[in-house]
Structures are given as C-alpha cells and as structure tokens.
Ligand binder design. Structure first.
Ligand code: NAD
Ligand code: TYD
Length: 354
C-alpha cells in the first residue's frame, strides 16, 4: 500500500476486544498499516473481522507470542512503529482450571513482545510506542465502597489477574530500565458483540435462548463495572495517540451491577425479545458452587482519562445491553460456530462435572 504513515502490530486482534479495535483502526486510519498478530486459540476467530478482511491496510499474521523467534522474524519483516498488545488468555475460570497457559501467554508472551520491540527499535525509539492492554482485576477486590485508581496498589487474587499484573510490571520495568516508550490501560469488564460465550453476558444470552440453566456463582452478589466494548476501543485509540509515555490510565463506565440484578435484567429483555411470558426466563436461574477466590467487587475511577484526554463512555448500559442481546440473537451462525467442538467439553468440565 502507498502513503503508509505508521505500521502497528495489534496482538490478539481476532479476539473480542481486539477485533473491535482492529476494525476501528482499519476504518479510521486508512494510512496506517494494521497487522493483526494472533495465534487463533479457541477465543480467536477470523469471522469476527469478515467486514474488513480485504481492506488494503489490513493484514493477518498467525503467530504465537510465546514463540520468541517467530516474533523477532515478524518484527524484522514489518518494522512496526507501534504495538498494541491484547493477546492473552482472558477467562478467570480457565485460569483456575489450568494456570500454566496463563503464565506462558500472559507473562512470557508479553516479555517476548517487549524484547522484540526493543530489538527492532534499538536506540531510536522516537515516535515508537508499546501499548499494553490490561485489566482492573490486577487491583484485587473492593469492599462495598471505594474505587480503583491508577495509584491503587496491585493485589491480584486469581491466576489470571496475577499473570496480567506480572505483565504490567514487566512493561513498566522495560519503560523504566530501557526507556521503552510504553503506556498501560486497565479496564473494567467489557460487553458487546463477538465475545466468546464463556463470559457471563454471552453465556447467559445463549443459555436463556436455549432454555438451559443459568449457573449463578454463589449468591449472585458480586459486583462488576460494565463497559461497552466499542467505548473501550475508543479509549485505546485516544490513549495510543495522546497518552503520556510511562503513564497508566484506568478505563470504566461508572456502571456497577450485582450479577443477580444484571441477570434479571437480561432475562427481562430476553422475555420480550423472544415473545415469552414475563418471568419465564428467570426460572432458569440456578445457584451453583461459588468460583474459588471469587473477587467481590470491581469499580473503576476513570477521572484521569476523562479529565486529561476527554474520553467519556457513549452508551447507557440498558441501551447497550439490549443492542448486545439483539446482536447475539441475529448472529446465530456465529454462536453456532464458536460453540461447536471444544466448547462442549469445556462446558461439561466447568458446569456439569463440577
Ligand atoms: P479474548 O480471550 O476474547 O481474546 C484473546 C485473543 O488473544 C484471541 O484472539 C486469542 O487467539 C489470542 N491469543 C491468545 N493466546 C495467544 C498467543 N499465545 N499468541 C497470540 N495470540 C494469542 O480476550 P478479550 O476479552 O478480547 O481481552 C483482550 C485483552 O483485554 C486481554 O489482554 C485482557 O486481559 C484485556 N481485558 C479484557 C477485559 C474483558 O472484559 N474482556 C477487560 C479488561 C481487559
Ligand atoms: P466473567 O464474565 O467471567 O468476568 P470476570 O470474572 O473476569 O469479572 O464473570 C462476571 C461475573 O459473573 C463474575 O462475578 C463471575 C460471575 N459468573 C457467574 O455467576 N456464572 C458464570 O457462569 C460465569 C461465567 C460468571
């Protein structure tokens, strides 16, 4: 392609948030060359990017970030100006069942990317940027009050959040020690289209539709702070272009829900969309054994991002949730494809043989 002003490697671009980010960048920046580097694990799906797969500023490269040699070769070939790193193992329940995958991908994989960026950029790091996408779960669990700020001490409590915390520390250490121009954001729970149905919202939409039990962990009193995935992608765009090197930005929508209230709202919307009697879907709610080490509450203070970079969430939650439910109901084929094969054995291990 002609007139390339920047080449950016986005890792994990075939996953949930990554695919929304790749779409945003490919459409918004026709002069950027966007390289989507993804291993295509169970969570990665090129069907998430059908609409832009033929764009001439987009390229897909299949690679595993745990494989340092192939990363060096890819960085050597594309000479990226920037990296936006989202590739990760991302589901807490899987990290409890099998922590090692998280340690390899999230920690070793991030170190490999940092090394590849450092080697490629050498001493000339002007205009370069390594952006690490992280989670609010690194801060641990809140009680009934308070919010996570950028200065909150790290206190990860699951293998997933511990592996993300390690990767955040590595990124900061490479910035501090080697001067690698880096920035980190920590975001709250995302929801929207193309999310793999192991996470609460798409899992429950799919189960309600198929009249399957809704497995609520513990008493359903845990609280999460939900953000529309496209608002997260817009925040990443802002931070990538305007954030300060060495800084951290918290991203969240001030939108806290107990799981049970959120599930009841989903049931209500689904009753109306599916033409069911009021209260019918709620009958599927089943309380099951709690998740081990289940964090009680996450809530983000995103004042810094709002004040310094002028980002605000665009969607009210009720509207976003309804749009999300409509998307899953309209995209049956997508759901069918991602729930075939390995998904069935995961589901049995997680919910039937517990
Ligand atoms: P996801 O599980 O939907 O997608 C992860 C992607 O990474 C997949 O495409 C997968 O194929 C790829 N991947 C996994 N291992 C890889 C490897 N070894 N090499 C190359 N690619 C690999 O995850 P998501 O929900 O889109 O999350 C993306 C990032 O955002 C993660 O870093 C996650 O920690 C962070 N995050 C997620 C949320 C959320 O609510 N989902 C909130 C805050 C932060
Ligand atoms: P999840 O979507 O896995 O995100 P995270 O654990 O990273 O916040 O879960 C969101 C909340 O929903 C969390 O408190 C756990 C709960 N949950 C259930 O009650 N049942 C389920 O089957 C799942 C997957 C989650």
């Amino acid at each position: 392609m002609n007139n390339v002003t920047k080449t950016i490697i986005i890792t994990g671009g075939a996953g949930f948030i990554g695919s929304h980010l790749v779409r945003l960048f490919v459409n918004k920046y026709p002069n950027y060359r966007i390289i989507n580097l993804d291993k295509l694990t169970y969570a990665g799906n090129l069907a998430n990017l059908k609409d832009i797969e033929n764009a001439n500023n987009y390229e897909f490269v299949k690679a595993d970030i745990v494989d340092a040699d192939s990363l060096f070769a890819i960085f050597d070939k594309y000479q990226p100006d920037g990296v936006i790193h989202l590739a990760a193992e991302s589901h807490v329940d899987r990290s409890i069942a099998n922590p090692n995958e998280f340690i390899f991908t999230n920690i070793v994989g991030t170190a490999n990317l940092l090394n590849a960026a450092r080697k490629t950029w050498g001493e000339n790091m002007e205009g370069k940027r390594f952006y690490h996408v992280s989670t609010d779960e690194v801060y641990g669990s809140l009680g009934e009050t308070g919010f996570f700020k950028e200065t909150t001490a790290y206190d990860p409590r699951s293998p997933y959040s511990a592996s993300k915390a390690s990767s955040d520390h590595l990124v900061r250490a490479y910035g501090h020690t080697f001067g690698l121009p880096s920035v980190i954001s920590n975001c709250s729970n995302n929801y929207g289209s193309y999310q793999f149905p192991e996470k609460l919202i798409p899992l429950f939409i799919n189960n309600i539709k198929n009249n399957k039990a809704l497995p609520v962990y513990g008493k359903g009193e845990n609280i999460r702070d939900w953000l529309w995935v496209e608002d997260h992608a817009r925040a990443i765009d802002k931070i990538y272009h305007e954030g300060k090197n060495g800084d951290t930005y918290n991203i969240g929508g001030h939108n806290e829900w107990t799981n049970i209230d959120l599930i009841r709202l989903m049931c209500k919307i689904m009753d109306s969309k599916l033409g069911r009697n009021k209260g019918e879907s709620e009958k599927l709610i089943t309380y099951v054994k709690d998740r081990a080490g289940h964090d009680l509450r996450y809530a983000i203070d995103s004042t810094k991002l709002q004040n310094e970079l002028g980002w605000t969430p665009s969607l009210q939650f009720e509207e976003g949730l309804e749009k999300t439910i409509e998307w899953y109901l309209e995209n049956e084929e997508w759901m069918k494809n991602v729930t075939s094969g390995d998904y069935q054995s995961y589901y049995e291990e997680q919910y039937i043989n517990r």
